[in-house]
Design a binder for this molecule. Structure first.
Ligand code: SF4
Length: 367
């Protein structure tokens, strides 16, 4: 049985958004037979107002699927989602649309995610029309304000998207995402396609918008260096599951899981002397086929520290000194928690965003 992961790693402060035991499954074919791939497997997390939670991992780890599942852009195969205390798991139609305005997304590649033949006023103004029925001069005025907020001249309203550079297009995407005042913005590799100097400018813009609007960010990235500076907490994902979660500084300076250590060792360091002294952990072996049933620790085929027990017993999430937890048999031996938390499966009482009313608590599991 897969151990369940804690929904919160530190305290029970109220959450803006929470996912409990979220699973996303794809139908696929193997050797001509239909089979199911668990791209996200019983993942739980909570996000506080104004907080940034980064989800990092290699390509194919399931982090983008997790983001889409959390926003209900993909159907979930199990689990519960809560926004501002209301369960949104089974909402449909208008009720879902109303909740969606609180959760927006910025995608990786502004060249493919934004229609190049659209004008800025149409693109940024679309959510204003759909959700607020704003049209004409009022919509145009609001789009000009939004452009100003993201560092573009308000006079750009009538220009076409294809006239802008990659960094400017990502500013347009951000303006569209914040147009209807969401509380949560999911940034799916939002700076990965940009050069380093443009990346920094966009990250500064995101930080400023977060301060001004008290936004929460779910920051999906393969780049641990970027994550360290922008995220309050970091979750490390491997084969559809979180393997380590904790305050970003602790995860970067004192990683507890061998996979996190390997990811960090592959990060280049600007100082050539320090870079020369570093030992890169090269992961030998292949990840298991995600279509296979995995026994024991899913990382054991690549783990430099694997032991006999790792082949037969899946590790439980264990608290780590400095905050957070890691799912590794070695952690209880090496990491001591300041406040041990054994209740890894929270009760409804503990979920920081409980359903607002009995009616809201009824859950429909979408498949
Ligand atoms: Fe490595 Fe075992 Fe820890 Fe898994 S449980 S990460 S195989 S040491």
């Amino acid at each position: 049985m897969t151990p369940r992961t804690p929904i919160l790693d530190e305290d029970d402060a109220p959450a803006l958004f929470a996912a409990q035991d979220l699973s996303v499954v794809f139908d696929t074919r193997r050797h001509g037979k239909r089979t199911r791939l668990r791209a996200v497997d019983d993942v739980s997390f909570a996000l506080r107002q104004g907080e940034t939670l980064a989800v990092v991992g290699e390509s194919g780890s399931g982090k983008s699927t997790l983001a889409r599942g959390a926003l209900r852009l993909l159907p979930s195969a199990g689990g519960h989602l809560y926004l501002r205390g209301k369960e949104i798991t089974g909402l449909r139609g208008r009720a879902l649309r109303e909740q969606r305005r609180g959760m927006q997304m910025v995608f990786q590649d502004p060249y493919s995610s934004l229609d190049p033949s659209s004008t800025v006023v149409n693109l940024v103004g679309e959510p204003l029309t759909v959700h607020d029925r704003l049209t004409g001069h009022a919509r145009r005025r609001r789009v000009a304000e939004l452009l100003d907020q993201v560092g573009l001249p308000p006079s750009a309203v009538d220009r076409y998207v294809h006239e802008f550079s990659g960094g400017q297009r990502q500013r347009i995407a951000i303006a569209r995402a914040i147009a209807i005042d969401p509380a949560l913005v999911v940034l799916d590799e939002a700076v990965s396609a940009l050069d380093v100097s443009t990346q920094n400018q966009i990250l500064e813009l995101l930080a400023e918008l977060q301060r001004r609007k008290d936004l929460s960010y779910l920051f999906i990235s393969h780049n641990l260096a970027v994550v360290r500076w922008v995220a309050d907490r970091t979750a490390v994902m491997y084969l559809g599951r979180f393997v380590e979660v904790g305050p970003s500084e602790r995860v970067h300076h004192h990683p507890a899981h061998p996979y996190t250590r390997a990811l960090l060792s592959a990060m280049p360091v600007p100082d050539p002397v320090v870079q020369k002294q570093r030992r890169r952990i090269v992961l030998a072996g292949d990840p298991p086929d995600p279509l296979d049933v995995v026994t024991g620790c899913p990382f054991r085929t690549r783990c430099p520290d694997a032991m006999d027990v790792c082949a037969v017993q899946a590790p439980e999430p264990a608290p780590v000194e400095g905050g957070g937890w890691a799912a590794c048999h070695l952690v209880p031996l090496t990491g001591a928690a300041s406040r041990p938390r054994t209740d890894v499966t929270p009760t409804m009482e503990e979920i920081p965003c409980r359903p607002a009313s009995p009616a809201a608590s009824s859950t429909t599991r979408s498949t």
